[in-house]
Design a protein around this ligand. Structure first.
Ligand code: SF4
Ligand code: SF4
Length: 133
């Protein structure tokens, strides 16, 4: 049975070092949500990603994501796909030590439904196994 990792909203993944990459579509969506022009949003909230191939969210001086406000994400309804996909569709060895998500074994149908609710992606098991695991 597949294992779904249920987020406990501990916000550790919004605080640890790394980068949240942005697609052009996400830039438009977030700028619109914040009622900013895309140019203003890019200037005030983004930086070049480390491979210089696109943009990523800016960090605060303490390393947290610029959109973390206490324990809340200021752009929750339009947060980037990278944030939605962790930890179920991408993670790293030993992530369980830093992430408080609870592993739950589900039947295939319930697992795919929970993946959809968490990530917005309607996926099938073979494609998850091929593309994300
Ligand atoms: S955009 Fe929101 S969910 Fe993503 S890292 Fe920043 S605060 Fe966390
Ligand atoms: S995915 Fe993990 S680290 Fe991120 S908020 Fe949820 S429980 Fe915390």
């Amino acid at each position: 049975m597949p294992t779904f990792h249920e987020c406990q909203r501990c916000t550790a993944c919004c605080r640890w070092p790394g980068q949240v990459k942005l697609s052009e579509e996400e830039i438009s969506e977030i700028a619109k949500y914040l009622k900013l022009s895309e140019e203003a949003f890019i200037q005030s909230h983004t930086r070049l990603n480390t491979s210089r191939t696109g943009l990523a969210l800016m960090d605060k001086p303490n390393g947290e994501c610029i959109f973390l406000d206490g324990d809340l994400c200021r752009i929750q309804p339009v947060k980037p796909q990278q944030c939605r996909d962790f930890p179920n569709l991408w993670n790293f060895p030993g992530f369980e030590k830093s992430c408080q998500s609870v592993p739950i074994e589900l039947n295939d149908e319930d697992y795919l439904q929970r993946i959809f609710e968490a990530t917005g992606r309607r996926l099938e098991l073979p494609s998850i196994r091929k593309d994300f695991q």
